[in-house]
Write a protein that binds this ligand. Structure first.
Ligand code: GLP
Length: 233
């Protein structure tokens, strides 16, 4: 794993942008995108640039079950607001958490990923080492699936909701096997609260108890961290 340590999230967003822009220049056609506070500076850089995304496809990692597209806490809404409204892609896919048949939606999403192999996958990381919503204990062989969120994740994400009771209890999420199939992976992490997860991911044993630790086995991972997130390495 390659690591780039930046002064702060602003500089981290610039570095991530350089990697994505270079990948696109060299033929990347499908980007795996992520939500959360972490990727926002990357998306700001994309919007401010003259990067043309109109021929590209994006596939997002996950979506809450039960939030409509126009709910400001849904990942559909987040992506529209932070990227797609200003930088449209040819096709942008986010799981449909409002699907009547969640299993059919899961199957549709796996097919979509198989038909559009991801050239560069962007990841954040949860405090417990989760990637997307793949919580500790998720099989490394998992494909897109419905996940029950852990209390730890519900609490961490409750800051975006009016009350913790409003945080959905489950999500549709790309599996670890889907993520590992990406040609290139860029994982961003900022702040001291991510330091334990970064240490376990990079230096700990490869275990399903720390989903991100599987990335040690991927041939092309770049981790972009600020000094606080890298402080326990
Ligand atoms: C959520 C998302 C993850 C994200 C994580 C960290 O659980 N499903 O994709 O990486 O939160 O979020 P943040 O970037 O806000 O710290």
């Amino acid at each position: 794993m390659k690591i780039i340590i930046t002064k702060d999230q602003t500089e981290g967003g610039k570095k991530a942008f350089e990697i994505f822009a270079d990948g696109i220049k060299h033929g990347a056609k499908t980007l795996g995108l992520a939500t959360g506070s972490t990727p926002i500076t990357l998306y700001e850089n994309m919007i401010a640039s003259d990067l043309d995304c109109s021929a590209l496809t994006s596939i997002n990692l996950d979506e809450y079950v039960g939030l409509s597209f126009d709910n400001p806490q849904s990942y559909h809404y987040f992506m529209q607001k932070h990227l797609f409204d200003k930088k449209p892609f040819k096709h942008s896919y986010v799981p449909n958490g409002m699907a009547d048949d969640i299993q059919a939606e899961v199957d549709r999403y796996n097919k979509l990923i198989a038909e559009n192999p991801i050239d560069i996958q962007l990841l954040g990381i949860g405090r417990n080492g989760h990637i997307a919503f793949n919580e500790p204990g998720t099989s490394f062989d998992s494909l897109t699936h419905e996940v029950k969120l852990t209390q730890n994740t519900i609490e961490a994400n409750s800051r975006f909701f009016d009350s913790i009771d409003e945080v959905p209890k489950s999500a549709i999420c790309m599996g670890i096997k889907n993520i590992m199939a990406s040609k290139k992976i860029v994982l961003m992490a900022f702040g001291e609260q991510k330091a334990d997860a970064i240490k376990k991911m990079m230096e700990g044993p490869i275990t399903e108890e720390v989903p991100a630790s599987i990335l040690q086995k991927h041939p092309d991972v770049t981790v972009i961290c600020d000094q606080a997130a890298a402080s326990k390495l």
